[in-house]
Design a protein around this ligand. Structure first.
Ligand SMILES: [Fe+2]
Length: 249
C-alpha cells in the first residue's frame, strides 16, 4: 500500500479470487429454510443457492445452528430440510451438490449431546463449533478433549469474531496446539463485522493458522459483501498459502 493509501485509509484491491478454482466448496452457511436465523423460505434458499452457483461454488455444506435455547435443531430436522431443499433444486433443474451438517454452539448441555447422539459432521468427521461472543466458555478445554477423544475433528467457526481473544493472541496458538482447525468468514476480510474482526482474520492468515473459509451466509446481503471480500489482498494471501482445505471437502 502506498504512503497516501495508508494515510487516507484507501485499501489496495486486487482482482477477485476465482472461487471456482481456488475455494470450490462452502462449508458454513444457513440455507435450510425456517429452522434458524438464516433463510426464511424455500424460495429464499433457492435464490441464495443460485447466487452461490454464479459465484462459482461447486458444492455447499450448509450448517444450521444447533443451540439448546434458541435453535433446538436435531439431525432429523436438518436432514428433513435438506431433503426438501434437494427436491426443489432438482425440480428447478439447478445443479448444485449440497450436504448438511450443523454449527454447534457450546452451551450448557452440549457435553450431554456428545455422548447421547452422533453429531452432524462433514468431510473427515469435521465438526463445526461456535462459542459465545461475550466470553470464553469455562468448559471449552474440557469439551475439546471430550470431542477429540470421541473421534471428532474440530473446526472453530470464525475465531476472528470473538473480541475476548483480541488481547490474548496466545489463546489462538494454544487452540492450534490442540489441533483445532480454524474457519474464518470471508466477509470478515471486507470489514463486514467489525474492524477488529478484519484485523484478526488478516493476522490469522499471516500466521498461517487458517484452514477453511466460509460465507456464513444467512441472507442475500452477505453475498453482496463478498464481491469486496474477493478482492482483498488477505484473501489472495490465504489462497496462495496452500493451507486452505475447502477444496478437499
Ligand atoms: Fe454461522
Amino acid at each position: 500500500m502506498s504512503f497516501f493509501g495508508k494515510l487516507f485509509g484507501v485499501e489496495k484491491k486486487l482482482p477477485p479470487i476465482d472461487i471456482a478454482n481456488f475455494i470450490q466448496v462452502d462449508m458454513h452457511s444457513h440455507l435450510i429454510p425456517g429452522i434458524d436465523d438464516g433463510s426464511k423460505s424455500i424460495e429464499e434458499s433457492i435464490e441464495l443457492i443460485r447466487a452461490f452457483k454464479e459465484f462459482g461454488y461447486k458444492k455447499i455444506i450448509t450448517t444450521p445452528h444447533i443451540m439448546s435455547d434458541y435453535y433446538k435443531n436435531t439431525p432429523e430436522i436438518i436432514n428433513q430440510g435438506l431433503t426438501t431443499l434437494r427436491a426443489e433444486l432438482s425440480k428447478q433443474k439447478i445443479e448444485m451438490e449440497i450436504e448438511a451438517a450443523a454449527e454447534y454452539y457450546l452451551d450448557f448441555d452440549f457435553s450431554d449431546k456428545i455422548h447421547s447422539e452422533k453429531l452432524l459432521t462433514f468431510g473427515k468427521n469435521y465438526l463445526l463449533i461456535e462459542v459465545s461472543y461475550l466470553n470464553e466458555p469455562d468448559n471449552i478445554d474440557a469439551i475439546i478433549f471430550e470431542l477429540q477423544t470421541s473421534g471428532y475433528n474440530i473446526i472453530l467457526a470464525h475465531p476472528e469474531r470473538y473480541p475476548f481473544w483480541y488481547n490474548n493472541p496466545k489463546r489462538y496458538e494454544t487452540l492450534k496446539d490442540k489441533d483445532i482447525l480454524f474457519q474464518i468468514n470471508i466477509n470478515s476480510l471486507a470489514g463486514h463485522y467489525s474492524p477488529g474482526a478484519k484485523k484478526v482474520a488478516e493476522k490469522l492468515i499471516d500466521l498461517g493458522m487458517v484452514n477453511f473459509i466460509g460465507t456464513d451466509c444467512h441472507h442475500a446481503n452477505h453475498l453482496k459483501f463478498m464481491q469486496d471480500a474477493l478482492c482483498q489482498p488477505a484473501l489472495h494471501k490465504l489462497v496462495e498459502s496452500g493451507k486452505l482445505m475447502n477444496n478437499t471437502l
